[in-house]
Design a protein around this ligand. Structure first.
Ligand SMILES: *Cc1c(COP(=O)(O)O)cnc(C)c1O
Length: 339
């Protein structure tokens, strides 16, 4: 069935970003592919990164691990660990996050397999605290992780977490240690340890200013024009009549809306590009529809495709949403094209 909404993803850009992250950190890079590969489609992302040499993938839950094609027997780590209702999958490692999870793993038949561990060095989210590391005795630990709270800022917690993680490394042994997410990669090589765990930057997000000009955009939003209409001066457009035409306008109605992750905060702020002409969003974003002003592109017709401006850094600034929210919000109605 024809879909009037496309997410056009650039495989070369994804692989280029992966290579940039590897080179910048100087160590191996795994890939966070949770939340359907940050909205871009985890099956494709995993298949492309496997071909590019990626050997570590991170998902949140076992359900996510089971749902990604071709992932199960690769190096998958399940970040939320092993809960009371979870059934481990062959080939996947839990990232054990608490003393209870460690006890659950020890009591399971899987205890002879390697597991990963999350240690909390200051984010106070998931992970064993530094005083609980005795609980790890007897485990076969593949990778010990910790997660940075403020890597996208210059913040004293970054160095504090680095120091604490170095102490962890002198206390427990494991095959590998891993601290940095995308932003952490750009904090400097001392944050890299043996493995970095980027998500956002793989998908074209700019986690810190240092990443600009190195990370390439991956996803483009393209919507089809459903209708072209003339709006007379003084008429309003859309819900609540928030926009009133100050001249006669030519308006295109696009097949995209907040149900697709094109949020209401793009109302009167977003834009689409038509033949390099910027066509601003006018009025409110609806659930399935958006109006843009196409008075300057006389050639645009019903059925034509336009590209929505989705530059992640500026869109995040304008909408006051994070680049993460903008990517992971991209809905299921897009046809995701990787070519
Ligand atoms: C999601 C996640 C990552 C990836 O973070 P980005 O900021 O997207 O690079 C890395 N580590 C952990 C533990 C995560 O939950």
């Amino acid at each position: 069935m024809h879909r009037p909404l496309r997410l056009r993803c650039d495989p070369a850009a994804l692989v280029r970003n992966y290579d940039v992250l590897r080179k910048t950190s100087g160590v191996e890079a795994g890939a966070a592919v949770k939340a359907n590969g940050y909205g871009l489609g985890a099956d494709e992302v995993v298949s492309l990164l496997l071909r590019a040499g990626c050997r570590d993938f991170f998902v949140s839950t076992w359900w996510e691990a089971a749902g990604i094609r071709g992932l199960a027997d690769q190096g998958v780590a399940v970040l939320h660990g092993l809960g009371p209702d979870d059934q481990p999958l062959a080939g996947c490692r839990p990232v054990l996050n608490s003393v209870d999870q460690v006890a659950r793993w020890k009591a399971s038949p899987y205890v002879t397999e390697p597991c990963d561990i999350m240690v909390d060095t200051g984010i106070n989210r998931l992970g064993l605290s530094l005083s609980q590391l005795d609980a790890l005795d007897g485990l076969i630990i593949h990778t010990i992780h910790s997660h940075l709270a403020c890597a996208d800022q210059d913040h004293p917690l970054n160095d504090l977490q680095l120091q604490r993680f170095r102490e962890v490394r002198t206390t427990i042994s494991a095959q590998r240690f891993s601290l940095a997410n995308s932003a952490g990669v750009f904090l400097g090589p001392e944050f890299a340890f043996d493995l970095v765990r980027p998500g956002l930057a793989l998908y074209g997000g700019i986690p810190r200013p240092e990443a600009r000009n190195h990370i390439s955009p991956v996803a483009k939003l393209e919507a089809q024009v459903l209708q072209i209409r003339s709006v007379r001066v003084g008429e309003s457009i859309g819900y609540n009549a928030t926009f009133v035409a100050d001249a006669d306008l030519r308006v295109a109605i696009l097949n995209i809306g907040y149900a697709d992750g094109y949020w209401r905060s793009f109302s009167a702020i977003g834009a689409a590009w038509v033949d390099n002409v910027r066509c601003p969003v006018i009025g409110r974003v609806s659930m399935d529809l958006v109006a843009i002003n196409v008075s300057d592109v006389a050639s645009l017709a019903e059925g034509d495709w336009v590209e929505l401006d989705f530059d992640l850094e500026s869109a995040a600034r304008q909408t006051r949403m994070s680049q993460y929210e903008l990517l992971t919000g991209l809905g299921h109605r897009f046809e995701r094209l990787w070519s």
